[in-house]
Design a protein around this ligand. Structure first.
Ligand SMILES: [Zn+2]
Ligand SMILES: [Zn+2]
Length: 239
């Protein structure tokens, strides 16, 4: 599987050359391109990127703000996301269901529910090409069904908003909201035997900490047995 991290920035005030644009991933397969998330930094740029499909994790503006009615390719999201962005008037809307597998251009996809925000339902995506799978989730507190979501994946691509601290994990009506720190996500990788982890959606802690922080995170992952790297805009991977 060939992927490019086209953007790796969370919804932060500061940005850097390494983390300039909103977190988004491009997956390439058989001359087709699938884009994961389309935040406001991508406004007006989608026609240049020419994705064959777009998958959306949730309706926060750093994930949907780049969508508009001129985008003709199919856009996939859960029903709750479509309700929140109905004003965008996307022409080619595809409704997906949590944990129900679907295919896009021969690529196997499956959405898994995660907790992230009280009013905004959020999913991560398990993407499989030729027996190799990744799980992509840029914003989360926890995966509802981690056993299935992380089973057999080669790489976890997670939320880089915080390294050791929490933005908070507040509980409202029993819901946890916010962003889990990288150290907790690495523990999940260890528990579910995921060999590699990449972190995107980088928060100000990583952006301000520059390469020093990225090295620290890589070292932390190595120590617990998960090959870890902080992604940067333009980083390409073969998985
Ligand atoms: Zn976000
Ligand atoms: Zn969010």
């Amino acid at each position: 599987m060939r992927i490019t991290f086209i953007g790796t920035r969370a919804n932060t005030k500061i940005r850097s050359k390494r983390h300039k644009r909103n977190a988004s991933l491009m997956i390439y397969h058989n001359h087709k391109k699938i884009m994961l998330d389309c935040g406001f930094d991508w406004k007006g740029l989608v026609h240049k990127l020419k994705p064959d499909a777009i998958l959306i994790t949730h309706a926060h503006s750093d994930h949907v703000g780049g969508l508009d009615k001129k985008i003709k390719c199919p856009v996939f999201a859960i029903k709750e996301t479509w309700e929140q962005i109905k004003n965008y008037k996307i022409p080619n809307q595809k409704i997906i269901e949590v944990e129900k597998p679907f295919l896009i251009e021969g690529i196997a996809c499956q959405a898994f529910a995660v907790q992230h925000a009280v009013k905004t339902s959020t999913v991560g995506y398990k993407i499989t090409i030729n027996n190799s799978s990744i799980f992509y989730i840029s914003d989360l507190v926890e995966i509802i069904n981690p056993t299935e979501a992380l089973k057999g994946i080669s790489a976890y691509i997670g939320d880089g908003a915080f390294f050791t601290s929490h933005m908070l994990v507040r509980k409202e009506d029993g819901h946890k909201v916010g962003h889990s720190p990288i150290i907790d996500q690495l523990e999940w990788c260890k528990k579910y035997k995921v060999p590699k982890a990449y972190f995107t959606h980088c928060g100000s802690e990583i952006i301000r900490g520059k390469k020093y922080k990225e090295k620290l995170i890589a070292k932390y992952g190595k120590n617990i047995g998960v090959k870890t790297k902080v992604a940067y805009d333009g980083m390409r991977l073969l998985i």
